[in-house]
Design a protein around this ligand. Structure first.
Ligand code: FMN
Length: 194
């Protein structure tokens, strides 16, 4: 069975919840898993090279990922490309039935991969949460506006979870299958004969 590192950036807790769920699921499937919150812990104490696989997850805030995520992906890029890797973003836009929003959300991840010069073997976008209890007053109203735009009536007095846990489970199970293969499966690159 494989050794897996789950790295995540979460400001309001839902990405953390999804990461912990992914870790538990991977353990249930027989893997050994470490979980690392990069916004609270210095990442230099963990090394991607010590693992067979890496799952990286982050919330999206104002159309971007927290800065430390890109720094870590760039620093670890060489090792990441040699491992089985999966990436997931967590956001609210994904619940909107708007094609442009879906394209924009995909582009946020694709731009991140370009900047990191790393393309995970598998990636996905999960719906997150609206955690009014954790926001300041301005953020409460901004998030209520986002929810209304997505077609959801929400009350400021409670929190809302939109994550589809079946989607998360399928994503993790697919990654577990990849770990059994161990070697990253890459598209073959045509090389000229000299
Ligand atoms: C300040 C802030 C900015 C956000 N910006 C976006 C955004 O640009 N696009 C989006 O789809 N969701 C956005 N969201 C929704 C979050 O991605 C969602 O709440 C997610 O659950 C956050 O992850 P976390 O709970 O791990 O922090 C934003 C949320 C907050 C609080």
């Amino acid at each position: 069975m494989a050794r897996v590192l789950v790295i995540y950036a979460s400001r309001y807790g839902q990405t953390e919840k999804i990461s912990n769920y992914a870790a538990e699921r991977l353990r249930h499937l027989g893997h050994t898993v470490d979980v690392w919150n990069i916004l609270e812990n210095e990442f230099s104490r963990r090394h991607v090279r010590d693992y067979d696989g890496v799952v990286m997850g982050s919330g999206i805030y104002a159309n971007r990922f927290p800065r430390p995520l890109l720094r870590i992906a760039r620093e670890q890029q060489r090792d990441l490309t040699k491992k089985q890797t999966a990436f997931f973003s967590v956001c609210m836009g994904v619940v909107e039935e708007n094609e442009q929003t879906q394209r924009d959300l995909r582009d946020i991840s694709l731009n991140f991969f370009t900047m990191a010069e790393w393309r995970p073997m598998q990636w996905g976008i999960f719906a997150g949460s609206i955690a009014y209890s954790k926001y300041n007053i301005l953020l409460k109203y901004f998030m209520r506006f986002l929810a209304a735009r997505a077609g959801y009536e929400t009350e400021l007095s409670r929190d809302y979870e939109f994550t589809n846990w079946k989607d998360v489970q399928s994503f993790v199970d697919e990654f577990s299958q990849r770990l059994h293969r161990r070697r990253p499966v890459r598209e073959s690159i045509a090389r000229p004969d000299f």
